[in-house]
Design a protein around this ligand. Structure first.
Ligand code: GNR
Ligand code: NI
Length: 175
């Protein structure tokens, strides 16, 4: 297993749209295992493939308190949405930023598991929020996209500054 690098906003690769998975092989299972390890280590309750610069439609989620209930969803779709509520969200790709987002409260989901079998289930509470958040990632969307341009601009500036301080550019050589 391996810890993967999580892309941070405003990295343009977070805008990529992930592609439908057709081969359910060991390589896909390795990606899922690596994404779970990366998510637990972060720590976070979900992670989408686009966040680790992979374009296979795969999300991993674990909203359990004991961190022992992993869910891997391949090619996930939301079939039904019911109700609305506003909840504070965060994102491993937008570190340190927490903003309220309006989402459906109850959803019906269809996905495939790592063996390619179709599964359908209903979700509510944090699991429903998390699934909607992760599906947005697969389509290149981020939870800050619905904020005002000014707010998003401020977030971009803050993260760009943090990125520079984490990896300072080499000092130009004297010529
Ligand atoms: O760890 C995460 N917590 C979270 C909290 C509220 C709403 C959504 C999330 S998902 C986030 C991990 C992440 O960025 N997944 O893409
Ligand atoms: Ni996220």
């Amino acid at each position: 297993m391996a810890i993967l690098n999580i892309l941070h906003f405003p990295d343009p690769r977070l805008r990529n749209k992930a592609q439908v998975v057709k081969s359910f092989d060991d390589n896909l299972r390795k990606l899922a295992a690596d994404m779970l390890e990366t998510m637990y280590q972060a720590p976070g309750v979900g992670l989408a493939s686009t966040q680790v610069n992979d374009l296979r439609r795969l999300v991993v989620i674990d909203v359990s308190e004991s961190h022992d209930d992993p869910l891997c969803l391949v090619n996930p779709e939301i079939l039904e949405k019911h109700g609305e509520h506003k909840m504070e969200e965060g994102c491993l790709s937008v570190p340190g930023v927490y903003e309220p987002v309006t989402r459906a409260t109850d959803i019906k989901v269809r996905a495939q598991n790592l063996e390619g079998e179709t599964i359908e289930f209903e979700a509510d509470d944090l699991l429903a929020v998390c699934i909607q958040h992760e599906l947005d990632h697969l389509d290149g969307k981020l939870f800050i996209d619905n904020l005002s341009n000014l707010k998003r601009q401020r977030i971009r500036k803050k993260l760009e500054k943090e990125e520079r301080q984490a990896q300072p550019e080499p000092i130009g050589q004297a010529l």
